[in-house]
Design a protein around this ligand. Structure first.
Ligand code: ASP
Length: 305
């Protein structure tokens, strides 16, 4: 069914400090512009979410691609998922260390593999065999993150008490889109949580947790403390409620309430249905988001609060 295209992107939900607001806003705006270029010329929602996420993976502001948080060993270890709401095909990578753009590898898995997930070296090998150049892990590490990890590890006891406070940075990136053919898609990419144990997989690359898309229900991308989000299979939880006829705007807020009430979790969600209605919600002080449809374009740092 022909539709008016829609794109919604996010760049994490947490207490984004004042001096980082501009970088977050320009990051989500650039991602929006890249994804919208695809939709505007009649391209697919899948291409649009991929291009939007690549821009944020390349932007060191965010916890994705270069500039990601470091794990306990001082390495970047990333997860990503992309999903097509028309066919339900999906591609995910987990714990990859040598890919500048994990979402590109996820897209190759979706398009060129009968499987859904590849992890660690196997994912990198798959990417290389499909024409994606590998980088060194050091190429993804920036001084800001070396310092952040050093500071964190030197105050471990203090941080442990406050480990899951909403002030802990959550700069995962994601996008959901509807294209002219009426197809939805979603993508999410992350470096995960700061000082995570090597091999820890978060919610972002898990189907239905950090990302989900189904034309019959909704397309969602989440960010936040991953363990509660995955226990609630939150992206699918939200999509199911859209399928029952509820407005995405209301469902997105309900998802955040549920996350808080059920597991004291925190984060943010973007949610879109196949008619182009969408919701953006977070239970953290701020969330970086942007949307565009044929009537309007907007970016912000606070919503539904
Ligand atoms: N959800 C991500 C994770 O737990 C982190 C984030 O959104 O910042 O890996």
């Amino acid at each position: 069914m022909p539709s008016n295209p829609v794109l919604v992107v996010h760049g994490g939900a947490w207490a984004i400090p004042d001096d980082m607001v501009d970088a977050h806003l320009s990051g989500v705006r650039n991602a929006l512009a890249a994804g919208w270029r695809v939709l505007e010329r009649g391209g697919s929602s899948l291409d649009a979410v991929e291009e939007a996420v690549v821009v944020m993976e390349d932007d060191e502001t965010f916890d994705a691609g270069r500039g990601s948080f470091l794990n306990r060993d001082g390495k970047v270890q990333m997860d990503a998922l992309i999903m097509d709401g028309g066919t339900l095909r999906a591609g995910g990578v987990g714990c990859v260390e040598r890919l500048r753009n994990p979402v590109r590898a996820a897209r190759k898995i979706l398009s060129e593999s009968p499987h859904v997930y590849f992890v660690a070296e196997g994912a990198e090998r798959f990417a290389a065999e499909h024409g994606i150049p590998l980088c060194k892990n050091e190429d993804l590490i920036i001084p800001r993150e070396v310092e952040r990890l050093r500071e964190y590890q030197s105050h471990l006891e203090e941080h442990r008490a406050d480990l899951f406070a909403p002030t802990i940075s959550h700069d995962t990136v994601g996008a959901v889109a509807l294209d002219r053919d009426g197809n939805t898609a979603a993508a999410t990419s992350t470096g995960g949580t700061l000082d995570k144990a090597p091999g820890r997989l978060g919610d972002s690359s898990l189907i239905g947790c950090g990302c989900y898309a189904n034309n019959e229900s909704g397309a969602a991308s989440t960010t936040g403390w991953g363990e509660p989000i995955m226990k609630l299979v939150l992206a699918k939880w939200a999509a199911d409620r859209v399928e029952s006829g509820n407005m995405p705007e209301w469902v997105a807020q309900e998802a955040m309430n549920y996350l808080k009430q059920r597991l004291n979790g925190h984060g943010g969600i973007i949610l879109l249905d196949a008619t182009g209605r969408f919701g953006i919600a977070h239970n953290t002080p701020r969330m970086a988001w942007a949307f565009q449809n044929t009537q309007a374009q907007e970016a912000g740092i606070q919503r539904n609060k």
